[in-house]
Ligand binder design. Structure first.
Ligand code: SF4
Ligand code: SF4
Length: 144
């Protein structure tokens, strides 16, 4: 139960990344929009061609990161995300996706899989805090 007034709600009231790396696992990754691509190229200090060959998987117009050993190519078991400053916006905002509010089942599934989400909150309590952060612009700031 969170008894703080909504206007004083903070991101940490619902989420603090535990850096467990679970969301970096799998055979595919999030996709990168144009801004993500430019940011990643700048963070890596390479040119587009080098980044494309070494790190991206391009399917039609969809740009994703390559995977290795069942996880994103940038994930290191000891060091976590090795392109942290250049990671895509979907990684920056995860797991605070709007579907966490609109779909209670999705909220439960993601809360069960992500140790960074507060476990003691009802869906209703989570939504109140999430929406307060959304209105204040704190969720969209995570994408920057
Ligand atoms: S699963 Fe959650 S706690 Fe773990 S790295 Fe991803 S966002 Fe952070
Ligand atoms: S870019 Fe970083 S945060 Fe995103 S999936 Fe890859 S290792 Fe994880």
């Amino acid at each position: 139960m969170n008894n703080k007034p909504m206007e004083t709600s903070e991101l940490a009231d619902i989420f603090t990344c535990a850096r467990c790396g679970f969301c970096c696992q799998g055979e595919t990754t999030v996709s990168l929009d144009q801004r993500d691509q430019e940011r990643m190229i700048a963070a890596l200090g390479l040119n587009r061609e080098e980044v494309t060959v070494r790190f991206w998987r391009i399917t039609g117009s969809v740009v994703q990161m390559q995977t290795r050993d069942g996880h994103c190519i940038f994930y290191h078991p000891d060091n976590g995300c090795t392109v942290h400053a250049g990671r895509p916006w979907r990684c920056r905002q995860w797991p605070l996706h709007p579907s966490m509010v609109t779909d209670a089942n999705n909220y439960q599934v993601i809360t069960d899989s992500c140790p960074g989400l507060q476990k003691g909150l009802s869906h209703e309590e989570f939504c109140k805090i999430f929406n307060a952060l959304l209105e204040r612009g704190d969720i969209s700031k995570m994408r920057e």
